[in-house]
Design a binder for this molecule. Structure first.
Ligand code: ATP
Ligand code: MG
Ligand code: MG
Length: 556
């Protein structure tokens, strides 16, 4: 049985429901639509939607679009598709932070009227200087104690588009000497006169800052548990201040921080992911090597593997640097029961069965899935001309190598006959180009050798005239080091790109059953790994991606 991983947020929720503090819970997933979601976001999605479901609560899908300049429609569509793909549903609770611009503005004006906020006309540079440092207190702005009416009319002028960008901001009046920099009179509104917002167009000339909008959106939506990552721990006093001091705020959400997911051999920052795409280090956001959800999906990772991964890695405040193999294990665990089996030869070597009549075909059978008889059998044609994996022949191999060695060695074909190697045909360079063999009648489908000999090696193979041809993309980790960039003085993560993260094999040979799967479907190539049909596939040009190898083969 799976160990139930620690999730301290779950315990807080249980306690809050148990004590009657809340009768039901409300959570939200609030991405900023300025990039594609990655596996770190998946953690936040699974935690928020997962806890919502588990406790019969509600979860908002909220697009945090307070910054008018960075958001794009493409990202919004991708985010919604990704959350659905992961298996979650927000019903009618799709919101935008911008839905509340009117309310935010009214709240800000009230704070000004109550003397809890003021319009500051210091320049950005002066403001920085007045702010002080971590080790020295800041100083009050000369505008801090201006009359309330003056601030009110300046905020009106800002809102009416009568002031230039940067000419003034609205700041909360908290404490310029606070050891927490976030409480040194943070800005809550700024002017962006010529920005066009994707939702509200040109209506607004002033826009709320993140902390202000975020805490108030949580309050307006009745969020009970506002989950975020630990970078926001130092923002929590400000979050609480805003909720406590803004007149008329409908409820008091509680911010709880958990540690970000970091996955080794990956980068998970939007800035770095954008750089990989823009500079062409990958083929796009959905390159199967990307840790984005679109990338993982195209690679063939099923959504349940990602949910399992989030479960297994738990929710805590501790640093969360997860070994890549944990993800791979989750992928194997979810594909094992799901993926149909087929045989595929990625690096073909011809085998001629000289004892088999030219033109004669025998239909052998293999289970579609060894543990799921309900999926039935597949037809596996056998003929005189076969292809096997080049690595299943090694003349100089040791005793423990149970494949083709020299003349006289025997192997058993999966579902097929025992073959004995009679002759090695070589090309000009001495490399084997063909193995000539004879078959032992009566040994197909597990039949015993006439003399009772045990043939230990069982190899995969494909009948050459029946083979479906395919391009197979063997993917490996995108980076060669667990923390890309960490080992370099300049921190340049691109220096750790793995030059061998894609090994494309053309003209691989697949048993005919493999051609029946459509884009996105996963199969196991027996002995080789799990593979998924890439959307680049066409009926005459199959393309498969390796999702993961059968075992952990990464050299540490
Ligand atoms: P990035 O730093 O990659 O740009 P972000 O935090 O700016 O990501 P948002 O769109 O603001 O991205 O994130 C939406 C939600 O997803 C936030 O609640 C954020 O805390 C969470 N999230 C983002 N990255 C991770 C991560 N690596 N692990 C866990 N949660 C994450
Ligand atoms: Mg963000
Ligand atoms: Mg960020």
């Amino acid at each position: 049985a799976e160990v139930e991983q620690t999730n301290f947020v779950r315990n807080i929720i249980k306690a809050d429901l148990g004590s009657g503090k809340h009768s039901s819970i409300v959570t939200r997933f609030p991405p900023e639509p300025n990039g594609y979601l990655h596996i770190g976001h998946a953690k936040s999605i699974c935690v928020n939607f997962g806890l919502g479901e588990e406790f019969g609560g509600r979860t908002y899908m909220r697009l945090d679009d307070t910054n008018p300049e960075k958001e794009e429609r493409e990202y919004v569509d991708a985010i919604l598709a990704d959350v659905r793909w992961l298996g979650f549903d927000w019903a009618d609770r799709l919101t935008h932070a911008s839905d509340y611009f009117e309310q935010f503005h009214a709240y800000a004006e009230q704070l000004v009227r109550e003397g809890l906020a003021y319009v500051d006309e210091l320049s950005a540079e002066q403001m920085r200087e007045y702010r002080g440092t971590l080790t020295s207190p800041g100083r009050d702005s000369p505008f801090r104690d201006r009359p309330v009416e003056e601030s009110v009319s300046l905020f009106r002028a800002m809102t009416a588009g009568e002031m230039e960008d940067g000419a003034a901001v609205v700041r909360l009046k908290i404490d310029m000497a606070s050891p927490n920099m976030n409480l040194r009179d943070p800005t809550i509104y700024r002017i962006k006169r010529s920005a066009t917002h994707p939702q509200t167009g040109d209506k607004w000339k002033v826009y709320p800052m993140y902390d202000f909008a975020h805490s108030l959106t949580d309050a307006l939506e009745g969020i009970t548990h506002s989950l975020c990552t630990t970078e926001f721990e130092a923002h929590r006093p400000l979050y609480d201040w805003i909720v406590a001091n803004t007149p008329g705020v409908p409820c008091t959400p509680r911010q709880i921080e958990f540690s970000r997911l970091n996955l080794q051999y990956c980068v998970l920052s939007k800035r770095k992911l954008i750089q990989l795409v823009r500079e062409g280090h990958v083929s796009g956001w959905d390159d199967p090597r990307m840790p984005t959800l679109v990338g993982l999906r195209r690679r063939g990772v099923p959504p349940e593997a990602i949910r399992l991964f989030v479960d297994r890695t738990g929710v805590s405040k501790a640093l969360n640097n997860i070994d890549y193999s944990v993800l791979e294990d989750c992928v194997r665990a979810s594909l094992d029961s799901k993926a149909a089996r087929v045989m595929a030869v990625l690096d073909p070597l011809r085998v001629t069965v000289t004892s088999w009549p030219e033109g004669e075909v025998e239909m052998l059978e293999g289970a579609v899935h060894p543990k799921r008889p309900e999926l039935g059998m597949r037809q596996v044609p056998f003929s005189r001309s076969l292809l096997i994996e080049r690595s299943d022949f090694d003349e100089f191999a040791n005793k423990k190598y149970f494949r083709f060695k020299g003349v006289g060695s025997k192997v058993r074909l999966r579902f097929g006959y025992v073959l004995e190697l009679d002759q090695i045909v070589r090309g000009e360079d001495g490399e084997a180009v063909e193995l000539r063999c004879s078959h032992v009648p009566g040994t197909a489908m597990g039949g015993k050798m006439p003399d009772g000999e045990k043939v230990k090696g069982i190899i995969h193979w494909v009948s050459e005239p029946h083979a479906a041809r395919a391009t197979v993309r063997l993917y490996d980790r995108l980076f060669t080091t667990p923390e890309p960039g960490a080992g370099h003085e300049d921190g340049d993560f691109l220096r750790d790109l793995n030059p061998h993260s894609l090994d494309e094999r053309l003209e691989c040979a697949l048993e005919p059953a493999a051609a029946e799967y459509g884009a996105g479907e996963q199969v196991q190539f027996e002995r080789t790994g799990y593979f998924a049909v890439d959307p680049d596939s066409t009926p005459g040009g199959l393309v498969f991606n390796r999702v993961v190898t059968l075992r952990d083969t990464w050299a540490k």
